[in-house]
Write a protein that binds this ligand. Structure first.
Ligand SMILES: [Zn+2]
Length: 414
């Protein structure tokens, strides 16, 4: 790491903090330049020495110094713009897939904006797909909040799709996968199946034929009387049931029990969950898991390009397997590293808790980094430009809260 680069970051941070740089923040910036964690100890004295020197200059002098060397740090990317997507000339179909756990915060907005910027660039369709096929952990106001956020951030151009409204389509695909011998109903317990997977062995359910599996799938869907024992109970009564109960069966994708990545071995596609769904009520008891519902929607909605967080790489591989057995070509895909904005609270559960306890007045509380709060000050373009500036990078980015907002302010003015 050369001294000039360190000095540039020290000056940048120092200017943002009224004349005194923070060593930790400088180190964070250097991580984005490829500094390895193991080298931090070694480089720290050097950083501190430079901070000391720089802090002796007044703010004006620091700004002048920074002007001289600022082009050596990564901000030049601002002018580079977005890289081109392959096969996009005729337009693209892209999506983001928020979970209904709360409203959007800056992290969501930045990940989502990059896809939207591409749709704007090439023309095409943009979907906001609310992934609500897990009846548990749904925060009911999220449906409205996400629509509001999308309308603002994407100029009312996004098509909102709610997965739980599309259950029959997922059932159709589940049946199709069973019919081509690529899915089976497994009645082993979670522990039993994990043991089979560990030993790379087939469970007994894997040997059932298509006809038997179709019957077993029917038993999964076979709805018992949906009576609630009392109004306060969120669980559906299974009294008088003929089919499988909750936890008694899952639909699995027949991949390969010897796959070198255990996460790929006959992963589950659908399960029974009797929790009452906030939007669908008691209508369904078998719920697709994300790899099934996401693959089905990406096929049905004819996705051309997918950009998502890199933690979804395993899921993408599973979904690609589903595409393949259905004779479909998987869309072009890219993965994004995480933005870690130091000092910002970004967990939906933390925010909802804070709202409940009265710590925040609502999702638009000025203390929160949510779109609801930030839209009072920023234009949607600020988020698009910030996402564009980041580009399709898989590297995790650590950025200090203050530095982040200095940058966002800058994009807000362009
Ligand atoms: Zn089994």
């Amino acid at each position: 790491m050369n001294e000039k680069k360190i000095k540039a970051y020290v000056l940048k941070n120092s200017i943002a903090y009224n004349g005194k740089a923070n060593p930790g923040a400088v180190v964070s910036s250097l991580f984005n330049e490829g500094l390895e964690k193991s080298k931090v100890k070694e480089i720290m004295p050097k950083i501190k020495k430079i901070i000391e020197k720089v802090s002796k200059l007044n703010l004006d002098k620091q700004k002048k110094e920074f002007e001289k060397i600022k082009e050596i740090i990564s901000e030049r990317k601002v002018r580079e713009g977005l890289s081109e997507l392959p096969n996009a000339e005729k337009g693209v179909v892209m999506r983001i897939a928020p979970s209904p756990s709360g409203a959007m915060h800056v992290g969501h907005a930045l990940t989502a904006s990059i896809s939207y910027v591409y749709v704007k660039k090439y023309g095409g369709k943009f979907y906001v797909r609310i992934e609500d096929t897990n009846p548990e952990n749904i925060y009911e106001p999220a449906y409205d909040l996400l629509k509001k956020d999308s309308d603002w951030l994407f100029e009312k151009k996004a098509k909102i799709v709610i997965q739980s409204d599309r259950m029959e389509i997922y059932y159709k695909y589940a049946k199709k996968l069973i019919s081509v011998g690529k899915a089976y109903v497994c009645t082993c317990s979670g522990d039993e199946f994990r043991e089979f997977s560990k030993q790379k062995k087939d469970c007994q359910c894997r040997s059932f034929n298509v006809k038997e599996n179709l019957e077993r799938w029917k038993k999964m869907l076979d709805t018992p009387p949906l009576a609630y024992p009392d109004k306060s109970s969120k669980k559906i009564s299974t009294k008088g049931k003929k089919g499988f109960g909750e936890g008694e069966a899952v639909l699995r994708f027949k991949s390969d029990m010897t796959h070198k990545n255990p996460a790929m071995r006959d992963f589950p596609l659908a399960r029974i969950n009797l929790t009452k769904h906030p939007r669908q009520g008691k209508k369904y008891r078998v719920w697709p898991l994300m790899n099934l519902s996401v693959a089905v929607d990406d096929i049905e909605q004819k996705m051309t390009h997918i950009i998502r967080a890199k933690e979804h790489r395993d899921n993408a591989q599973r979904q690609e397997m589903i595409f393949k057995v259905l004779g479909k070509k998987y869309p072009w895909a890219a993965y994004l590293g995480k933005w870690h904005i130091k000092g910002l609270r970004l967990s939906a559960s933390g925010i909802t808790k804070g709202i409940k306890e009265g710590k925040y007045s609502g999702w638009d509380d000025a203390k929160l980094p949510t779109i609801q709060a930030l839209k009072k000050k920023y234009k949607p373009e600020a988020f698009w430009k910030m996402a564009e500036n980041r580009g399709l990078s898989e590297v995790d980015k650590v950025i200090d809260k203050k530095e982040f907002f200095v940058l966002l302010d800058k994009f807000n003015k362009i």
